[in-house]
Design a binder for this molecule. Structure first.
Ligand code: ADP
Ligand code: MG
Length: 350
């Protein structure tokens, strides 16, 4: 272990947030160096990765809609589980190699944050891919733990901290105390489902088909979970489902809030359910410490307010919610010795 720490000074140790929507990589001592969509371009109907595995991230996302019909973009972790091992491996390998390059003589240690719903077999696949990509040591940490660390919560103290991380594909809820997750829940309802709810609303109410990227824009510009600030409107363009022709209409922030009720209700249920399962002592701590929210989905206007109303607890948003997990992996890298009980490693010597 001492030798390993010494090598650390020469290698480009990395922390990776392997998110369902976005992958972020940070390097010890440098902070975040890469932030790209978790997307891989493949030949349609196959798991053949295009361009020798170099069509990953932004490049892959930009290929969408600009290429002939034989290419699709895949999000291999869309639901918080690995849908395809080969594609996930190609993605992870690409990101690690791009950051590491051929600059260093010593291979890196890598801390990877993964959705907590991932199975043992899927974990092995992540270990395997990182080792394939020339990592010297690989440590896995669950996303809510990394998120709590990145949000600056006192996870090692004997008081309870609660984190709600709303990503694209999954929402991770955890109550942490003494460096361990006391209770946790991972559900497959998150930001993507907000987009979906908006697509469905447009179909049902206006017979208008809109694309996923556009519905995400509506969510970000107009969406809310509770009435905060002035109500606004937005012009939406899409394709009429009956005539097949392009058409536009005007929508309001109130109707979008209504459309988002269902997925937001599921997230609230996961939060209250987790609280119900906590030991009374931990629950008592939370009256003081409250809930911290992270992940891109927590940026939806007023979502902190509805969660506070549903639980009666104070709710705050972490600083820079989209980078919490990545920053958490960076803290882990810098304190591997003290924090390694929060990690799983590729070898058992720990
Ligand atoms: P993951 O960790 O699963 O990769 P992220 O934490 O990167 O997910 O969050 C991605 C989600 O956050 C997407 O659904 C995206 O639409 C959503 N998002 C990003 N910014 C905002 C915003 N300002 N308002 C609402 N949702 C947002
Ligand atoms: Mg995340």
């Amino acid at each position: 272990m001492f030798f390993d720490s010494m090598l650390g000074w020469f290698s480009l140790d990395m922390g990776i947030d392997l998110g369902t929507c976005n992958t972020l990589v940070c390097v010890r001592g440098q902070g975040i160096v890469l932030n790209e969509p978790s997307v891989v371009a493949v030949k349609k109907g196959t798991n053949i990765v295009l361009h020798n595995g170099n069509a990953v991230g932004l490049v892959a996302k930009e290929m969408l809609g600009k290429t002939p019909g034989n290419i699709t973009a895949v999000r291999p972790l869309k639901d918080g589980v690995i849908s395809d091992f080969e594609i996930t491996e190609a993605m992870l390998t690409y990101f690690i190699r791009r950051v590491h390059g051929r600059r260093r003589f010593v291979r890196p240690r890598v801390v990877i944050a993964i959705p907590s719903g991932i199975t043992a077999v899927e974990k092995q696949a992540v270990f395997h891919s990182a080792l394939q990509a020339e990592a010297r040591r690989v440590y896995l940490v669950s996303e809510p733990m990394a998120s709590a660390i990145g949000a600056g919560l006192p996870i090692r103290e004997p008081t309870a901290s609660m984190i709600v991380d709303i990503g694209g594909g999954t929402t991770e809820v955890a109550i942490i105390s003494l460096g361990d997750m006391a209770v946790s829940e991972s559900i497959r309802t998150a930001g993507d489902n907000f987009d979906e709810a908006i697509v469905n609303h447009m179909k049902k109410t206006y017979n208008l088909m809109i694309g996923e990227q556009f519905s995400e824009r509506i969510k970000i510009e107009l969406g809310s979970a509770s009435a905060v600030g002035p109500e606004t409107t937005m012009e939406v363009r899409g394709r009429d489902m009956i005539s097949g022709l392009p058409r536009k209409c005007i929508i309001t922030s109130e109707e979008i809030r209504e459309a988002l009720l269902e997925p937001i209700g599921k997230i609230i249920d996961a939060v209250t359910h987790t609280l119900e399962r906590a030991e009374p002592e931990l629950a008592a701590d939370l009256v003081e410490t409250g809930i911290t929210m992270a992940g891109g989905g927590s940026l939806l206007r007023g979502i902190d307010k509805v969660i506070s109303q549903a639980t009666g607890l104070p709710v705050r948003l972490a600083e820079d919610p989209l980078t919490c997990v990545a920053r958490g992996t960076n803290v882990l890298l810098e304190n591997l010795e003290e924090l390694k009980e929060a990690l799983e490693s590729d070898v058992d010597e720990m």
